[in-house]
Write a new protein. Structure first.
Length: 183
């Protein structure tokens, strides 16, 4: 992956889209040319259902964020062929739709925080590499993508305006925090 890799297609799993700070940092990196984000309607609905478990207000926020995502990234939504999912094997059959979306979208990377359910060997057969968000963002940074302004913009938009360290800790990005603020 290189800094000019805006063409790298990355399928983003629901468990990465749901935390708002992480989602904002990732989409900021995509907007800065780091990669092309992908998801499916089913992934977005999985996010909304997970939000519903936290209450109606959280679900409403998620649905509004999903609408904004669709409006801001209209080419990102993938519709896998209906029969593709049945041909795939993963430890959790409920995750086959995610891999199907990655394959249908020509994704090179599947970004998930649930790597145990996406074994590298199973994904490699389809030319897809599983990655966690922290390592992926650190690679973008190492390849020359300036994530400092992305993170600063996200921090400025949060209600509490946390300092860099707590913001990235809250987003589950400890390696990126160290890379951006080694002190």
């Amino acid at each position: 992956m290189t800094a000019a890799a805006g063409g790298v297609r990355v399928l983003i799993d629901a468990n990465v889209l749901m935390p708002s700070i992480l989602r904002a940092i990732l989409l900021g990196a995509a907007a800065a040319g780091g990669f092309a984000p992908l998801w499916s309607a089913r992934i977005l609905e999985e996010w909304a259902r997970a939000a519903r478990r936290r209450g109606p207000a959280i679900e409403a926020e998620a649905r509004a964020a999903i609408a904004a995502l669709r409006a801001g990234w209209p080419a990102a939504e993938i519709l896998p062929p209906p029969d593709l999912e049945a041909t795939l094997a993963l430890p959790d059959p409920g995750d086959r739709h995610v891999l199907a979306a990655a394959i249908a979208g020509g994704a090179e990377v599947l970004l998930t925080r649930n790597r145990a359910d996406f074994p590298p060997r199973a994904l490699a057969r389809h030319g897809v590499l599983p990655r966690d968000p922290d390592g992926f963002l650190c690679d973008l940074l190492a390849d020359g993508l300036d994530l400092g302004p992305v993170v600063a913009t996200v921090a400025a938009r949060t209600e509490t305006r946390p300092a860099l360290r707590p913001l990235l800790k809250r987003a589950g990005l400890p390696r990126l925090r160290k890379a951006l603020d080694p002190g």
